[in-house]
Design a protein around this ligand. Structure first.
Ligand code: TXA
Ligand code: MG
Length: 361
């Protein structure tokens, strides 16, 4: 696997990306940065290239890929129709961390859409991604560039850990900005529905459309144990973003959460386990024992999103057996953060209520 570094992402030397673009045109695999997470790219119109993505990630082939484009004119050939709601959302949020699900055109092979008659399309704002897609001259199918089941990569080193030897090239454009995957909104049905929360929040999209946008019940529900609720984004049904350790999310008032985590961590430490604690800058000093990592400032949730996957990967490297994590409000960006944390925890959550909080002493 070749690795090239883009030093200055504001003044990109396109010559450096020529080879990457050529690999994509020829049906190879190139990992590249986007503003959300690193993607593992292949020509979206080439079924054989898509197959290589599934093989490199170890990903089930019924899980469809997002086609990435660099210009608005690239959309039309991929879709059968552009619904009015999509037009408004694209105008407001493209290029950016928003993926839209359209009825697909015949040009898009079923190998890219996991057999579905719809296609996911996104125009990323990252300048390296944009330049690469434009140079390639083809839409670029790109899932997150992690091994299936691991946290999405937010640095080129994360990609290297998972993909070295399995793909043709990694374009290193430094750490990503946002840190969680794009918001997915299905605009192919009667009403728009959010299939995956992200940095374009439910509130932001609702404001643009002048209506409240529903969430796929698989997001709001408390997990796949509820077998009746089948997620509309096939990828959301797999245990995703999973750290190797047993992760538990603790909810309650800040004081109750700190006390409960210290109590639970203390018991596991006494038993000889390696214990990680995921907290925030505001509370970091309140955890005396265990491997304590802050995600950032609770008061600035974009810092939490930015660091989340790197911290989960670090606990894999540290071989933590148990991880206890604080939780976040489910509004705005917190909705995306809690969605990823709940999935990482396999929906294992403890709610500390006024009554139960007296117990752990
Ligand atoms: O931010 C992102 O979206 C990143 C970067 C690289 O752009 N990509 C990403 O791709 O997160 P991936 O493959 O890890 O997640 C794509 C999600 C999956 O859950 C998949 O099931 C869903 O999008 N999806 C793709 N096409 C779909 C379709 N036609 N209908 C419903 N869900 C779809
Ligand atoms: Mg992914």
């Amino acid at each position: 696997t070749e690795r090239i570094i883009i030093e200055d992402t504001h003044r990109i030397d396109a010559g450096k990306l020529e080879r990457a673009a050529e690999i994509l045109r020829e049906g190879g695999l190139v990992a590249f940065p986007t503003e959300t997470v690193y993607g593992l790219g292949a020509n979206a119109l080439d079924e054989e290239a898509a197959k290589k993505i599934y093989a490199a990630k170890g990903r089930p082939s019924d899980n469809p890929l997002i086609a990435h484009i660099a210009d608005f004119s690239d959309l039309k050939p991929l879709v059968a129709e552009i619904p009015a709601a999509a037009g408004k959302l694209m105008e407001a949020f493209w290029p950016g961390p928003l993926t839209l699900i359209f009825p697909k055109s015949d040009a898009v092979p079923y190998g890219t859409t996991g057999g579905l008659d719809t296609v996911a399309v996104r125009m990323p704002s990252d300048p390296v991604a944009m330049t690469l897609i434009r140079l390639a001259g083809v839409p670029v199918a790109a899932p997150s560039a992690n091994t299936s089941g691991r946290p999405s990569p937010t640095t080129a080193d994360h990609v290297w850990q998972d993909m070295n030897g399995k793909i043709d090239m990694i374009v290193d454009g430094g750490p990503v900005g946002i840190g969680v995957e794009s918001t997915i909104i299905d605009v192919s049905g009667e009403y728009p529905v959010i299939l995956r929360p992200g940095a374009i929040t439910q509130e932001m999209a609702g404001e643009v459309l002048g209506m409240e946008i529903g969430l796929d019940p698989a997001i709001t529900g408390d997990g796949p144990m509820n077998a009746d609720v089948k997620p509309k984004a096939p990828g959301m049904k797999y245990k995703h973003y999973a750290p190797k350790a047993d992760l538990t999310l603790v909810e309650g008032t800040p004081a109750d959460v700190v006390r409960t985590i210290n109590h639970l961590a203390g018991k596991k430490l006494e038993a000889g386990y390696r214990v990680g604690i995921i907290c925030t800058d505001e509370t970091m000093e309140l955890y005396p024992d265990g491997m304590v990592r802050s995600l950032g400032l609770r008061a600035r949730e974009e810092t939490i999103a930015h660091n989340l996957y790197a911290v989960l990967r670090e606990f894999d490297d540290l071989e933590a057996d148990y991880i206890y994590s604080e939780s976040f409000s489910a509004d705005h960006l917190g909705q995306a953060i809690m969605n990823r944390l709940k999935k990482a925890a396999g929906y294992h959550m403890i709610k500390v209520t006024a009554l139960s909080s007296k117990r752990p002493h």
